[in-house]
Design a binder for this molecule. Structure first.
Ligand SMILES: [Zn+2]
Length: 427
């Protein structure tokens, strides 16, 4: 058949499907653009660029389905559906396979229920969730563009006191080093780590997060599931770093604290590493760190900050009920006694009750209380010194501990927590 004037699609040897664009109907993406994509990388490139196009237009998703004699890509916004592009129906299967490849699913394998994947564009990372269907009429793809939630919780709303906030932000601005977040349980750790990540992130940096469960939030980061990442890189974080080259690596939960040594080496090479571990209290977290099988000099100069947090329940302010009895300060440590005596003399104390607003629980939510030690020159000297573990620990607590006492005292003064809930902070 002789070439028609509009038969402009080059027959790229890289594209065995000889993809050509349909002429029928109005389409949003110009043919010339599609030709360029095809030359650059065949059908996979076309599918990726269609998705990035839709994301850049603020659309919520893209659907590939048959329309008449064509397979059509439709972009979806709240109320409007736009035809982005059409191809003759015979290209349906190659395009379907290209989407599978894009989403990291092996062609020919069982279709996954829903698959989250990421695409990088010049301006950032787009998170997508694909559903692959084999309908009666043939294969279809529905891709949801996960919304950008970068305006999430910030560092100052997580539970840092103002002093803790200042020193943490200052250290994050260095753009490298290791930040360790310890907590007794899984709750609240991701929130703190994400807030730190947002603070340390700058446009153009490649940020990779390794999470316990995918929260389907898209903040312009490449998000991995920990178990998948461990399978893929055999639990070796330096292999992950070699392969994905992160500027920032955030790991929500590191099951084996010995692996902190690998992370220290990554951080030493220039990556900003934010990492969560489970430890019962701050003392245990520090012991874990100080007994690592690593050169104390590297530990001292690559660590930026170690932090322990625990969540306390916040009283529902609508229904909390005052208790006339003053709490006993019998168990309070000497260093907190003076301040607590003043609080007990001035403030009112409350207990939870229950109302419709708090669903009868008596509490309105939880908040992280944080203790931290920044690796200032004084702290670095102690860590790199020859002292015993116990000597180092007690000197560290004297040197530069940002305790939670200030925040806890403030919450007590304002009647936001019960005394019993926060008493452990004053021992
Ligand atoms: Zn209530």
């Amino acid at each position: 058949m002789p070439s028609a004037p509009d038969d402009l699609i080059p027959k790229s040897p890289r594209d065995p499907s000889d993809l050509e664009v349909s002429d029928s109907g109005e389409c949003e993406i110009p043919r010339e653009e599609v030709e360029k994509w095809l030359v650059e990388g065949g059908t996979k490139r076309v599918c990726g660029q269609i998705l990035l196009h839709a994301a850049s237009r603020g659309m919520s998703g893209v659907r590939m389905s048959p329309v008449g004699r064509d397979v059509s890509f439709e972009g979806r916004s709240e109320s409007k559906h736009v035809r982005l592009l059409s191809f003759p129906l015979r290209f349906r299967q190659p395009l379907f396979d290209a989407f599978l490849e894009l989403a990291g699913v092996a062609v020919g394998s069982e279709l996954p229920p829903e698959t989250v994947f990421h695409l990088e564009s010049g301006t950032g990372v787009v998170a997508l969730q694909a559903s692959f269907l084999r309908g009666l009429s043939g294969p279809e793809v529905i891709v949801k563009i996960l919304p950008d939630l970068r305006e999430g919780i910030s560092l100052d709303s997580v539970g840092f006191s103002s002093g803790q906030l200042d020193v943490t932000e200052k250290l994050l601005r260095k753009g490298n080093g290791l930040f360790l977040v310890s907590s007794p349980g899984p709750e609240g750790v991701a929130t703190t780590l994400f807030a730190m990540l947002r603070d340390g992130y700058r446009p153009g940096l490649r940020a990779i997060t390794v999470e316990e469960r995918h929260r389907f939030r898209n903040e312009g980061y490449i998000q991995l599931d920990r178990r998948q990442a461990e399978d893929r890189f055999s639990g070796d974080w330096s292999r992950l770093a070699e392969s994905l080259e992160p500027d920032i690596l955030m790991i929500e939960h590191l099951p084996d604290p010995a692996a902190i040594v690998d992370l220290l080496h990554l951080a030493q090479a220039g990556t900003l590493v934010l990492c969560g571990i489970r430890r019962f209290n701050f003392d245990r977290a520090l012991r874990t760190l100080l007994t690592l099988d690593v050169d104390p000099f590297i530990l001292a100069y690559v660590m930026r900050l170690v932090l322990h947090q625990r969540l306390v329940k916040l009283l529902c302010m609508e229904c909390r009920r005052p208790v006339p009895a003053r709490p006993s300060l019998r168990m309070v440590g000497e260093r907190y006694r003076g301040e607590l005596e003043r609080i007990v003399a001035d403030a009112s104390f409350y207990l939870p009750s229950g109302c419709p607003k708090c669903g009868g629980t008596g509490y309105s939510g939880r908040m992280a209380l944080i203790e931290l030690i920044p690796f200032t020159p004084g702290v670095q000297n102690i860590v790199a010194s020859e002292g015993t573990l116990e000597e180092k620990l007690s000197r560290l607590m004297e040197e530069d501990l940002y305790s939670a006492a200030q925040s806890v005292q403030e919450m007590l003064r304002r009647g936001m927590v019960t005394y019993e809930d926060v008493a452990p902070f004053f021992r």
